[in-house]
Design a protein around this ligand. Structure first.
Ligand SMILES: C[S@@+](CC[C@H](N)C(=O)[O-])C[C@H]1O[C@@H](n2cnc3c(N)ncnc32)[C@H](O)[C@@H]1O
Length: 446
């Protein structure tokens, strides 16, 4: 097998070839490529699915080059040495908003940043010393004591994009700590058993947040909803709402929702969006389809963000209602939308959420289920680039840490509907492996 193994030179050639293809595409499509300068574009615009795929193959080749350049043991040593400090530095800078402490078109002294963040200057200097090695900020005069701090494109992206900042907070600050105790949770609750415990009181999250220094929260949603006191109460939920809005933007999910059903043909109908967050999908739906009347249901801390963002001219058609989706559904509607909801829960809870709809369902009522498919079934042809597979595998482990849930292949959703009630008839199931999304339309029959 040794002869099939790539050498450094093979990888270098592959990287050159893929880079050239990618760059040619950017040139031909008039896409301005990012640089490390603060005024750079913060992402590649207008990437076609084909170019996205090429870029991910390039990312795979670069990772292989990184591994092989160092060799097996040093690539692990170096990774272990830096991965937690990298994540910690990013989390600290995000939490204390270093991003806005430095002007986008100028520089700031360490003392300015310390004042802005209320952190000791020594801490600021040490965090930034590591951050600048990651091209997050840079020194105006590298290595000199007179140096000030300026943005790079990577730190500027966080200053410019509230959504990216919210994503870092949710993924690192909300979900990061439980992931570091997954081994302990597995040892305590699942080791020696044939399957992972599905009990939500036996998650890594629960191990960390069941009393003690990290608070007492029933699950990750309870934490996101209730962590913080006084003005800080609800800060994680406000952040999460922004994170969801951002996901919609970067994955172009607005179109997925608008195309998920023939809303125009449906005419004057009522819709309930369960766990609809700040109503970003519902505002887009109501704007596109003037006959729709939509109730957004979510936890109480979401309400202020919803009220602040819903346009005045939509208030009569898009309203917010506090509702726990485990409780019996109080609103009779034509369509119940569940987008990115069941994905966060183990099977038992997913079934309960669907069953809680039953009191409101009448023959012909519909459930429109839209979710992320992080686990592909068996694939034909060559496997997806590893950097694409990681999008699903990483989410899968996060789901395990937070909820003892898992990424499911498309077909698993049929079983969830069936287990919830045989009166749900699935009349449509559309899965797109390139967008990673599945749409299921189920009709209630009696
Ligand atoms: C992953 S987000 C999906 C948001 C939105 N549907 C979207 O696709 O952007 C899950 C949502 O479920 C909400 N949620 C969690 N537990 C809930 C509960 N018991 N009752 C109602 N909403 C809940 C969260 O607050 C969050 O807004």
């Amino acid at each position: 097998m040794a002869d099939t193994q790539p050498t450094l030179s093979d990888l270098a050639a592959k990287i050159t070839e893929l880079s050239e293809t990618f760059t040619r595409h950017l040139r031909e499509n008039d896409v301005q490529p990012p640089t490390f300068a603060a005024n750079s574009p913060i992402s590649y615009s207008k990437l076609t699915p084909e170019m996205f795929y090429i870029r991910q193959m390039l990312a795979d080749a670069l990772m292989d080059m990184w591994y092989l350049t160092q060799g097996p043991s040093e690539s692990i040593f170096n990774y272990v040495h830096t991965c937690m400090p990298d994540a910690a530095a990013l989390n600290i800078m995000n939490y204390f908003d270093f991003w806005s402490a430095v002007p986008l078109d100028g520089s700031a002294s360490y003392a300015d940043i310390a004042k802005h963040t209320s952190l000791p200057q020594d801490v600021v200097e040490r965090v930034l010393a590591h951050a600048t090695t990651l091209r997050l900020f840079s020194e105006t005069e590298p290595g000199k004591s007179t140096s000030r701090i300026q943005h790079t494109s990577r730190s500027a992206a966080l200053a410019r994009s509230p959504g990216l900042k919210a994503l870092v907070s949710t993924i690192l600050d909300d979900a990061g700590p439980p992931m570091m105790v997954m081994n302990q949770a597995l040892e305590k609750y699942s080791c020696g058993k044939p399957a992972l415990t599905k009990d939500m009181s036996e998650t890594s999250f629960a191990l960390l947040h069941s009393g003690g220094a990290f608070g007492n929260f029933a699950n990750s949603w309870d934490f996101i909803e209730n962590d913080g006191e006084g003005e800080k109460k609800g800060w994680r939920q406000r952040n999460f709402v922004e994170f969801m809005r951002y996901l919609k933007e970067i994955f172009h999910l607005e179109k997925a929702v608008l195309d998920s059903y023939d809303w125009k043909a449906a005419g004057k109908i009522t819709v309930v969006d369960l766990g609809g967050s700040g109503g970003h999908d519902d505002i887009a739906l109501a704007q596109a389809f003037p006959d729709l009347t939509i109730t957004v249901q979510d936890l109480p801390e979401v309400k202020p963000t919803f009220e602040a963002t819903v346009p005045a001219d939509l208030k009569s058609r898009v309203s917010f209602m506090e509702h726990d989706f485990f409780k019996p559904q109080p609103v009779q509607a034509d369509i119940y939308m569940l987008k990115l909801i069941l994905h966060d829960w183990p099977d038992h809870e997913s079934v309960q959420i669907l069953q809680a709809l039953r009191p409101a369902l009448k023959p012909g009522s519909r459930v429109l289920f839209i979710d992320y498919v992080g686990k592909q079934g068996e694939t034909e042809g060559s496997p997806l680039p590893r950097s694409i597979q990681q999008m699903g595998t990483a989410t899968d482990l996060r789901m395990m840490a937070l909820f003892n849930a898992k990424e499911r292949p498309v077909e698993a959703w049929r079983d969830i509907f069936r287990a919830a009630d045989e009166r749900f008839e699935i009349v449509r199931l559309e899965a797109n492996p390139l967008t990673f999304f599945v749409v299921i339309e189920a009709v209630w029959r009696e």
